[in-house]
Write a protein that binds this ligand. Sequence first.
Ligand code: CS2
Length: 491
Amino acid sequence: MIQLNLSALKTLKASGKQVPDYRMGADVPKIGIVHIGPGAFFRGHQSWYTHTALQMAGGDWGISCVSMRSPGVADALNPQDGLYTVAVLDAQTSYEIIGSIQEVLIAKEQYTELQARLSSADTKYVTMTITEKGYCLNSEGNLDLDNDNIKQDLAGNQQACSTIGVLVEALGTRKAAGLEPFCAMSCDNVTDNGKKLRNALIQYAKQKDASLAAWLDDKLICPCSMVDSITPATDDALREQVSSELLIKDNWPIKRESFVQWVVEDCLPEDKPAWKEAGVTFTTDVAGFENAKLRLLNCPHSSMAYLGVLADIETVHDAMQQEGLVSFVKSMIEQEIVPSFTPPKELDVAQYSADILKRFQNPAIRHLLSQIAWDGSQKLPMRILPIIQQNIVDGNPIAQLSTAVAAWCLFARKRFIEKQELVDPLAVNMLSIAGQCNDDAEHDVKLFLTMEEVFGKSLSKDKTFIGALTQAYQNLLPVLTTKNIPWGSLK
Ligand code: CS2
């Protein structure tokens, strides 16, 4: 068993094993891209697209990754030259060694190097997968100036700890050096992700330096994008599978389904990797694709996660074996989600939705519902609540979507009752509310609706929503003790 690194690849190649790697024998490329948040999704998706682009068209685009919090990815990938395996687990299983990552920096300890990378003339793109909470937005989608990290960064007496603060510092350095801004690309499940990122950067700059904010408003390009591939967290089973299949020790392989899609707003600078050749879709209507994906994949995902965890169901595949849950999700899609938005003209919504449910059936992918349940306070405002708001305006039903929100409330209570960790930036608030619940539906729902960071000012006071959520909560309440979802009584 040899450690995965360039020399290991050369050995493997010499052995005749098919180990495609664009860096085999090539010079180490320039760093043209800095990526913030090198988690599993990025390494199964954008980093794979850039690697594929290099395989197809060559070039010297290399990625410098930045971990804003933990050293785990750096400790795993740096000893193996940034190389790692993507295992595609679907009807067929395949492995590919990805070579687009050149280094992983740890922001806290390597802040000077990080700023040097971001302000280098070579760096043309900064991409990010920092999850919904990483943008420090309020419920209106603007920069939350009361966010602890933003306040600390604006105070300016220590190195920045928020992505927004780190990027604006580097953009200021680029402006002073007479360079153009880098193109900043959000690759998260955030509605209008490029617009919100751009606004947050400019709103932050306005607090520090009005001329920088004006320069950014004039020059900064932040394309919107929609990203999609089901990429569960890595587990030891995958590490063992990769080492026995490839005869190498990969510290942190990635697994994902075969489906992968990246839709990017067609406003990028000319100079870019061959992403189009690699299969990236460039379009002016990202919003349509983003709406379709958030509403037809992520909304059902979260609904299944909270209902499934309440019923002690473990994975998405397991949930798809539960007839009651599947018919509830299908009915929610048809009755309440599809009527809520206008899809891109080229998208066959029925087929797209059916394909997503088929992807959820993938028996080779063990996607934990408890992982999808993370950060619900940040996900609901992106993937469930906007649909409810739209349906109220349009006079369309919201009962099943309200059941999904009620399931999130009861999920918080389950975590409180069972003293289990609740992974969410608002966990303290959620658990405090859960601890005050007394099974009176009106009382309990009123408590959860005090979370204006989640529900916003209008929805938390909307009588139609309050009524529907209270009814849904009442219907679902027995599950806290029975762990049995009363599918028949759910709308
Ligand atoms: C999931 C997403 O964890 C979650 O919230 O809904 O990560 C989902 O797997 C991806 O958006 C699929 O593209």
